[in-house]
Design a protein around this ligand. Structure first.
Ligand SMILES: [Zn+2]
Ligand SMILES: [Zn+2]
Ligand SMILES: [Zn+2]
Length: 368
């Protein structure tokens, strides 16, 4: 503000000017178990959870899995699947699909291993709301429980959810840090004067030899931000003058999923498997699951060991593991060989949905 602003009028120096909405650092005392909060902005992480809250794996434990047989697709099913695929592509004719001759249907064993880790994370931070005489659950009712002891209702297992809880006995009422209890603040646009210097004539009232048309020669204009009032209702306490501060605990449940399919069909794009389901013939659920052992496909055993180790490392350091689930699915995959118009072709039928993948399909024009 320079001296030129003097002629814009008076303001009340007892009313503070509007500023940042967050309380200044050190405004609130630390609560035991919830240290590390910075002036109400952003949440502080509360991990890793103490060992008492996080399950520990037992050494040398493994899980045995039964053997399975590979399902086969009949010629009718394969043809039906191809017809459906061809009809979805406008540039393909259904004629070859109807008239082709199958040479061989070769089922391929594809296992998909999936590991799910259902975890819970807790963070906390100061929050406030205008105080209008509501009940204040403050420290006079007892000591706030440690973060991992605050009771919350569990969501359905393996589903994602976020819940915000007020930490018991953490509430405190303080005078509003923005308006110092006035309920109103001076407008920062005009510093409480209600008027601003005209931006077109810079307060001269004239531009060149002409009277300024923007301010009609007055040199100043009404402040739009406060409608010329100079004061505004405090946006932090909404005029209530006091604030109720409390610690808010944010509890996040997340299902962390990792999938693996051994890459053994070079001419079949593995990404296709992501969109189809398989037959989950083995499901193992526990607080902690253990590596799979003795399964005919050694790569599945190895990946189970590796993934379980990775999940344990990743999630027990930042969150609490509530439940794990490992699944082995048999994902149907059949390679179909056929002849059409004297030439050899092939396609894949995959997934429980019998989807089709083909890199080459005969054109209808090439026939007789
Ligand atoms: Zn203003
Ligand atoms: Zn002007
Ligand atoms: Zn206020």
């Amino acid at each position: 503000m320079d001296e030129k602003d003097e002629d814009l009028g008076e303001f009340d120096p007892n009313i503070p000017e509007e500023g940042p909405t967050a309380p200044p650092p050190g405004w609130l005392d630390d609560v035991h178990g919830y240290q590390g909060h910075k002036g109400g902005e952003g949440d502080a992480p509360l991990y890793p959870p103490p060992p008492a809250y996080n399950p520990q794996p037992e050494l040398n434990r493994n899980t045995l899995v039964p053997n399975v047989r590979v399902p086969t697709v009949s010629e009718d099913v394969a043809r039906e699947a191809l017809l459906k695929f061809v009809e979805s592509k406008w540039r393909y004719s259904s004629k070859p699909a109807r008239n082709l001759t199958f040479k061989e249907l070769r089922p391929i064993t594809v296992y998909r291993y999936r590991l799910e880790t259902f975890s819970e994370t807790r963070t906390s931070g100061w929050q406030f709301e205008p105080y209008n005489g509501q009940v204040v659950d403050g420290p006079q009712f007892g000591v706030s429980p440690p973060p991992w002891d605050v009771p919350v209702s569990l969501p359905q297992r393996f589903s994602d959810r976020v819940e915000k809880v007020r930490v018991p006995h953490s509430s405190i009422v303080k005078v509003c840090h923005m308006c110092s209890g006035c309920g109103r603040v001076r407008c920062s646009g005009c510093h409480g004067r209600g008027q601003k210097r005209c931006p077109f004539c810079h307060g001269h009232g004239r531009s060149g030899n002409k009277r300024c048309t923007s301010c009609h020669g007055r040199g100043r204009k009404r402040c739009i931000s406060c409608s010329g009032q100079g004061l505004k209702t405090c946006s932090v306490c909404h005029g209530s003058q006091n604030l109720l501060h409390f610690i808010q605990l944010t509890v996040t449940w997340k299902n962390n999923v990792s999938d693996f399919i051994p890459d053994r069909q070079p001419d079949f794009p593995d990404k296709k498997f992501e969109k189809v389901t398989g037959d989950p013939f083995f499901v193992d659920e526990s607080v902690l699951v253990y590596p799979i052992q003795g399964f005919p496909d050694q790569e599945i055993c190895d990946v189970s060991t590796k993934m379980i180790h990775e999940h344990l490392e990743r999630f027990s350091s930042t969150s609490r593991i509530l439940q794990q689930r490992q699944t082995i699915e048999l994902v149907p995959l059949t390679q179909a060989y056929y002849t059409y118009s004297g030439k050899d072709f092939g396609f894949y039928v995959y997934g429980m949905e019998n989807k089709v993948f083909t890199s080459k399909y005969p054109s209808a024009c090439s026939i007789l």
